[in-house]
Design a protein around this ligand. Structure first.
Ligand SMILES: [Zn+2]
Length: 60
């Protein structure tokens, strides 16, 4: 059972839910509409989704 995006209704990838357990938006909607994660933005100097994408990119 996947978690669904609050905006488009698509299943949010499991990796994303694991990385961002409280996220309500898929990657596409976060990019287009803005992330629902702003809490740590100032701490890391970028959008948390962008940060996680970068981490994922370096791992793969
Ligand atoms: Zn979406």
């Amino acid at each position: 059972m996947g978690k669904r995006c609050e905006l488009c209704g698509k299943i949010i990838p499991k990796e994303r839910v694991e990385a961002l357990p409280a996220t309500k938006r898929c990657v596409d909607c976060s990019r287009q509409k803005g992330s629902d994660f702003f809490a740590k933005r100032t701490e890391i100097g970028m959008d948390i989704d962008t940060y996680k994408d970068l981490l994922g990119a370096t791992r793969s």
